[in-house]
Design a binder for this molecule. Sequence first.
Ligand SMILES: C=C1C[C@]23C[C@@]1(O)CC[C@H]2[C@@]12CC[C@H](O)[C@@](C)(C(=O)O1)[C@H]2[C@@H]3C(=O)O
Ligand SMILES: O=C(O)CCC(=O)C(=O)O
Ligand SMILES: [Fe+2]
Length: 381
Amino acid sequence: MQSSNTPASCLLSLYIPPPSFPLSPHAVNLHLPSLSSTYTSKSLCIILFVQNMVVLANPVLDQISLIKSPDPGDYLPSIPTIDLSKPNSPESIVRACKEFGFFKITNHGVSMDLVEKLEAEAVKFFALPQLDKEKLGPSNPFGYGSKRIGMNGDVGWLEYLLLATGAEPFSESSLAFLRDPSSSSFRSALIEYILSMRKLVCQVLELMADGLQLKQRDEISKLLQGSECDEIFRLNHYPPCPLLQGFNCGLTGFGEHTDPQIVSVLRSNNTSGLQIALKDGRWVSVPSDREAFFINVGDSLQVLTNGRFRSVKHRVIANSLKSRVSMIYFGGPPLAQRIAPLPQLMEEGEQSLYKDFTWGEYKRAAYKSRLGDYRLGPFEL
Ligand SMILES: C=C1C[C@]23C[C@@]1(O)CC[C@H]2[C@@]12CC[C@H](O)[C@@](C)(C(=O)O1)[C@H]2[C@@H]3C(=O)O
Ligand SMILES: O=C(O)CCC(=O)C(=O)O
Ligand SMILES: [Fe+2]
């Protein structure tokens, strides 16, 4: 599946029948496969107009891309799955990071009760009246956001809560709004979850160091320890988009991108939508698994391994029928941390593929970029 942003509005408007004629989604669907696989939702607006829906006036929706729905064969046949209790997990992690920059972990020891508690709190939060949620926005980048991602014009079919959780005590960070006594169950579930993510990330990065045959197991994990760490947490809610039912396409929930940090740990409810790009550029869907965690290699880990690992390009397509709720923990080092290939990994005579930079410098550049930009480009030698 490729993604080119081809506006399909003109083509669609040619054959959308007049309002007196009952609109069958199938009639429209027949024409979609002959177009390229991504459409802008201007076409959707025309469809909505025919159905007399007011969404036509929504300028943000107008910019969200439509992506061709995955075919059954587009599912990754075997997501690299690492059972953390198995003795071969270090080698399997390294293999997955080189080939996909992505893997799923099972037997992770994180309590499902805790995960479900936080998911229930997130569902409760997103169900609040829009005005109440908007009091916690607009995200700059932290706080509540809806449809707008980042500050450079990216949009998606989602709402989210983005929090800086690294600063301790939490009460001084963007979590401060959770100090209200009415939020105490949300706050405690969140804190417990973050603590368990720190432990999990440390365990995974130590296994990774073993797999890379680094002398010190904490060579990578130590970069994510301490109160200076630039740790971010995100709750995403992708509402269903029933109007797309019967059309062979979905709305972009979160557009394609790589995560700038070292690693990200993603957990979602049982609603699919996440896709990753393979080395050859093909997009494949990742079957959801509410009991597992998915690890993304971020740009910084690509640099630390001098390109041995690849940061995975990924995106989310909103489902036409089911809400997707995901929680993502982003492990970033302190702002002053130098990001450069680990000397122990470098072979004799091997040169760094990247300029010297700190996480703070990379992050600043990343936050000026658009979601789909190749952010490592300007840092390559
Ligand atoms: C468009 C953007 C959103 C983002 C900051 C950026 O300018 C480019 C990177 C984006 C990203 C992707 C991974 C994480 O979701 C995120 C929090 C991050 O650190 O980098 C987002 C940023 C965001 O949503 O503000
Ligand atoms: O919501 C998801 O499943 C993934 C979102 C994501 O990639 C991100 O927030 O960086
Ligand atoms: Fe991401």
